[in-house]
Design a protein around this ligand. Sequence first.
Ligand code: ZN
Length: 438
Amino acid sequence: MTHPLPAPLQAYRASVLHFTADPAFDDNAFQWHDDGLLIIDGDRVRAAGDYAQLKTSLPAGTTVHDYRGKLIVPGFIDTHIHFPQADMIASPAPGLLPWLETYTFPTERKFADIDHAQDVASFFLDELLRCGTTTAMVYCTVHAASVNAFFAESEKRNLRMAAGKILMDRNCPAFLQDTAEGGVRESEELIGKWHNRGRQMYAITPRFAVTSTEAQLQLAGELAQRYPDTFLQTHVAENTAEVAWVKSLFPKARSYLDVYDHFGMMRPRAVYAHCIWLDDHDRHRMAETQSAASICATSNLFLGSGLFDFARADAARMPLSLATDVGGGTSFSMLQTMNETCKVARMGGTCLPALRMFYLATLGGARSMQLEGTIGSFITGAEADFVVLDPNATPLLARRTSRTGSLEELLFAFAMLGDDRAVAATYAAGKCVHVRIP
Ligand SMILES: [Zn+2]
């Protein structure tokens, strides 16, 4: 017998999809309810299932929001993005290092000013929500003000976000340079102020091995060990010129990744962007330490960095997630990111089903962040972050999806043809935070 649920609940009727495992390794990886119901109790998921089954459990008078014809999935998780770069996305440059010099560093300089930082953070978060992204791992700038501004805006919207101050004490302009001790001390102060305050989470953020001295990496690694439930995020093995530079700076290291390993930075909740030029030893270290890779396809294509190797990553069972890497990435949309990820995989001989890509953009991201059960699925008790996708958002999407004969075909059409326009609404912690105005 079904017991009636206490009011007030909110219920959403639509097709409902979420994952319980990685479809690459498990035949029963997802739950799909064609005529489904998602029941939200305050800021948490109460239940997800078939409408016909669940409707009888709703107390009389419960509002059922009618999204029939649309698809509800967990909010997207973008595991690597730079909020200050929202203003310089789509900047022309011949490669990563000149792109940093010409555009990135001058742009980041302005974030010493908290008003400017707050203005950009506000735009940035709204843009994420327009694209259906409810959680991201975010790089701020070297300035503590940029972190305070970011978390203040995120807290205002009650979003689950991880972010941190960049650590950078060499090989950068003097106006963006911190010191080994000063940078790590500021990071620790920011951990005290923001980590686990509501839904905010701190990420220790050495930019990459090139821009930190050994002393700074040492202290950052110690900080990461001292606060094991904080995140750690950095870049690794993005392009060949960068890999060669790291080799010259750290001649004793076995590999680029080994530099971070040496300083104690490989652990659960460590997330490494790119991971293109790894070897199999590195890949096994990632899996062994539960360090996760952020696959940044639009950025890797835009900067000509290289192609992520899915076959070798999966063979090693590396934890994987998808990311936009804005502003090296060219879109805030995780749907467009899936589109380019699919092509990157194909160039390496891997055919990536849409189901896998939706997994990577939801539960895969949550697992990479060690947040399974909290975000990324509709398991009972999960935080109620979800997206309503509209298959009729554009004339082309409508025409194509009216002819899809399976869930895989429908998801594939969203991944290839969808972008922010396909997001009809976004909910964070049970509250509507974006509605698309057609
Ligand atoms: Zn990046």
